[in-house]
Design a protein around this ligand. Structure first.
Ligand code: FMN
Length: 193
């Protein structure tokens, strides 16, 4: 059975909503899913480390704060250095998503940070592959119903307004996250074949 972990931080719930959507995509592809939430202190449980170490793929997720992954997620990233010494994640698949208030908000920097983390571990990065479908109709660019409306391909970018997390990010962004979770399962199956 393919096993995928989604390890994420969310200060105010918006990125958590995206994480859950990625998880839904994983489950819909009949893989085992571990949802791992990084605490405000950057910590996860010992059992979470076990799950990460035994996963075929790890999907990283964090809000973008000040043009960077959130502080707690960076603390988690640093804590993975213990695994780096043992090459424990070498040849696992990796991916990432980030959420922020602005359409850009410098989210690409957060995805770069995650992809470089994966590279340092010798992991194999899986990009987001859904085309932005909103640009062929006048005035529809960035349509909230569109998949990949932000046009991000390194990983998933979502945008959340300053409202409750059950209202934002919107359906197009959530769908993008679901599709990415499913894509990761398919990629992991091919990688293991
Ligand atoms: C400390 C801090 C810094 C932020 N910096 C950015 C930023 O650089 N770019 C941006 O678009 N939004 C920024 N935001 C907005 C958050 O990315 C946005 O509210 C996001 O939805 C929060 O996700 P969360 O609910 O999972 O914590 C910032 C928010 C906080 C609290």
């Amino acid at each position: 059975m393919t096993t995928i972990s989604v390890v994420y931080h969310s200060g105010y719930g918006h990125t958590e909503k995206v994480a859950q959507a990625v998880g839904e995509g994983v489950k819909s592809a009949n893989a085992t899913l571990h949802m791992i939430k990084v605490g405000a202190d950057g910590a996860i449980l010992d059992t979470d480390w076990d799950h990460l170490n035994s996963s075929d793929a790890i999907i990283f997720g964090a809000p973008t704060y000040m043009g960077s992954v959130s502080g707690p997620f960076k603390m988690f990233m640093d804590a993975t250095s213990k695994i780096w010494f043992t090459k424990g994640w070498k040849d696992k698949l990796a991916g990432g998503f980030t959420n922020s208030l602005s359409m850009s908000g410098d989210k690409l920097n957060s995805l770069f940070q995650m992809a470089i983390l994966a590279a340092q571990h010798g992991m194999v990065w899986i990009p987001q592959a859904e085309a932005n479908t909103s640009t062929s109709e006048p005035g529809k660019s960035g349509d909230v119903e569109s998949v990949n409306r932000i046009g991000s391909y390194l990983g998933v970018m979502t945008q959340a307004d300053n409202v409750a997390a059950d209202q934002s990010p919107n359906q197009g962004d959530i769908k993008t996250a679901q599709l990415y979770g499913t894509r990761m399962v398919e990629a992991a199956k091919r990688w293991a074949a």
